[in-house]
Design a protein around this ligand. Sequence first.
Ligand SMILES: [Zn+2]
Length: 286
Amino acid sequence: MADRHNRDIDRPRAPLPEPLPVPTVDAHAHMEIVTDAAFDSKEVADVIAQAKSVNVDRIVQVGYSAEQSRWCVGAAEKWNSSVLAAVALHPNEAPVVEDLNADLKIIEELAQHPRVRAIGETGLDYFRTPPELRARQQESFKWHIDLAKRTNKALVIHDRDSHDDVLSILSEVGAPEKTVFHCFSGDVAMAKMCIERGYILSFAGTLTFKNAPELRDAVKLVPLDQLLVETDSPFLAPAPHRGAGNTPAQIANIVRAMATERNQDLAELATALSENAERVFGSFAP
Ligand SMILES: [Zn+2]
């Protein structure tokens, strides 16, 4: 999650893209921020319907706080053929919450739910978190890694300006079988290390940003079965709508950009991204 304090949230949403030729999955979205509404609301129904209208028919709704993770589980129960949930304390949340143990206990309970298929987003963020709070952030990351292993669920990592420590903590404690780098923000060297370790690299709208050529170089390298695509909506709307409000429907634009960079057939790529999401998060069916 970029930062829920940034202004993109209130901006008019990017227009609906051309539909994809085959169905695929948004592997990471924050629909509670997109809609600022209840999980069973018409606003959420509209966001899901708009995504479906362009062939994005499944969405992973990702947590960042104890309270918000409850919203994620509620949405996965309500929209039980198109939404799955991930729960966790965001790396920028864990160091500042009042009662960390109480919140972690809530995450532990929610993680048992059958439609919770991942622990995330967790990780490290040295862009936002000052040095004096990083030890607490690292402890929280290790706790969430352990929870993912104990529940045999995927791990969804937020890594901002902290590649080395994220990789060394994963080596130190052992990464879960399914480890996803959400909104991959590394270069070719980082991508190669993640690929070698069998991690999943999920690319967001940043792939389309002028100032991100290293992401376009990296996405070319990733084996087809280690790729996911995501919006992290409402943040990071893809070009040509950078700065607008983002929604899961924008996956269609990101997959097109990915297909162009990889010089790959659009339907083949969208199908592989869909299969990878079902392998990592399990079936979306009720
Ligand atoms: Zn996020």
